[in-house]
Design a protein around this ligand. Structure first.
Ligand SMILES: Cc1cc2nc3c(=O)[nH]c(=O)nc-3n(C[C@H](O)[C@H](O)[C@H](O)COP(=O)(O)OP(=O)(O)OC[C@H]3O[C@@H](n4cnc5c(N)ncnc54)[C@H](O)[C@@H]3O)c2cc1C
Length: 390
């Protein structure tokens, strides 16, 4: 049996693990964090060196509870605002041509008077009834920027509509911590440290501790092994990432959203020139691929969109990297299922899950945040945080 909650173990030092550690320490618990990697942050790490790519998140959505929580603790740090001139350089590919504005039919799905979308229907079926098939498809593909799945139209309408609204909101919800999320992670680690949290890096855990309640904040595949529980599964996306540095050329697009198929290219140096050496721009293409598709398919789609949107890019490339993010972009909900159906936070016997594929609301990293706070609240037997206020 576990001892009372005055000592809590957290496995995993990513965004979820650090949120759990700080929340528990603020509530007076003694906390130990074990992180397998040599540095903290998990997917929220920012690469060192001349090209400061993020393995995972770039955008911090201001509508989420993590935003207020981080801000109240001065953990966000300086932001990199997108200059209005750059914001005006967003383009959308529709029927093979670049546009400055989305198709009118797609905008019908953003009207306030449309009530919540149903959980049980697929997005394409539901949205077609409001915006017609063309508008519905364009909207589904636009929403892919916040869900990283090759077939957004086939997911639950409620799930996709929430992401569509948040990704298309004006003024935009997306904010960018200057220098990438690595700075946020450093500040979270410093706060945890100052609150007395013991942090061990390079410390992979293979057995669950028996003497304290434990928050398993490792991501679902590692949690499945640690808990020896094959039921810990939930669908996610598979996305080809193409990172590029190119020599600067005036007038380059800020971002291109593909409305003909899920895909997004963003020039992150538009808002944050510190991410690449002077005279260069850092871009990332994110192209979800289906089960039968390969990395080469995703790269080909990325290059096609670059040919359309970024003049002379091939001659300007100074650095390039390709990767596939498989199951690393958070949960997606199929029709008939919502976040409530995902693996529960409370696993019984003092074991709790936190991460972006478990039963908690929110978009992307917000799920990690919300589940971490919920796990600590359950351990302490009282709300660790008023999530409505946070
Ligand atoms: C391409 C991409 C783009 C994204 N864009 C965004 C975005 O713009 N906005 C957003 O909010 N989110 C975004 N996300 C999602 C975001 O990255 C994740 O939701 C978030 O980082 C997950 O944090 P986590 O702590 O739950 O998991 P992780 O970051 O995966 O952390 C888990 C940690 O546990 C450690 N670990 C694993 N096993 C063990 C073990 N046995 N013992 C000890 N430690 C262990 C790992 O080393 C890791 O550090 C994106 C993700 C990707 C891949």
């Amino acid at each position: 049996m576990h001892k009372p909650a005055h000592h809590i173990t957290v496995i995993g030092g990513g965004f979820a693990g650090l949120t759990a550690a700080i929340t528990a320490a603020e509530a007076g618990a003694r906390v130990t964090v074990y992180e397998a990697h040599g540095t903290l942050g998990g997917r929220a790490r920012t690469a060192q060196g001349p090209y400061r790519t993020n393995e995972g998140p770039h955008a911090l959505y201001a509508g989420g509870p993590h935003w207020t929580w981080l801000r109240q603790r001065y953990l966000i740090g300086p932001l990199a605002p997108l200059p209005p001139l750059e914001a005006a350089r967003l383009r959308l590919r529709h029927h093979g041509v670049l546009h400055r504005t989305p198709p009118f039919a797609m905008l019908k799905l953003l009207r306030r008077r449309i009530g919540p979308a149903p959980v049980d229907t697929d997005f394409l079926g539901w949205a077609t009834g409001i915006a017609g098939e063309e508008g519905a498809r364009a909207a589904a593909h636009y929403a892919a920027v916040a869900l990283f799945h090759h077939d957004p139209g086939g997911l639950s309408a409620a799930f996709v509509q929430e992401r569509l609204r948040r990704a298309a909101k004006l003024p935009p919800e997306a904010h960018y911590p200057r220098g990438g999320w690595g700075g946020v992670v450093d500040r979270m680690a410093a706060r945890a440290w100052n609150m007395g949290v013991r942090i061990e890096t390079g410390a992979r855990v293979d057995e669950l501790p028996q003497d304290t309640p434990v928050v398993v904040a490792t991501g679902l595949p590692a949690a499945r092994r640690l808990l020896r529980d094959d039921s810990l599964e939930w669908p996610s996306g598979r996305t080809v990432l193409l990172d590029l540095a190119v020599r600067t050329r005036r007038g380059d697009v800020f971002a291109v959203s593909d409305l003909d198929a899920p895909g997004w290219i963003e020039r992150f140096t538009a808002q944050d020139p510190s991410l690449a050496p002077a005279g260069e721009q850092l871009l990332q293409g994110q192209f979800p691929i289906g089960p039968g598709q390969t990395r080469a398919d995703g790269v080909a789609r990325a290059e096609q969109l670059l040919d359309l949107g970024l003049r002379g890019w091939r001659e300007r490339v100074t650095w390039r990297r390709e990767a596939v993010a498989d199951g690393r972009t958070g949960a997606v909900d199929l029709p008939g299922r919502s976040w409530r159906d995902r693996p529960a936070v409370d696993r019984g016997d003092g074991v709790y899950l936190a991460g972006d594929q478990v039963a908690a609301p929110g978009v992307l990293a917000e799920v990690s945040f919300n589940s971490a706070v919920t796990a600590v609240s359950l351990i302490l037997g009282r709300p660790a945080l008023d999530l409505k206020r946070a």
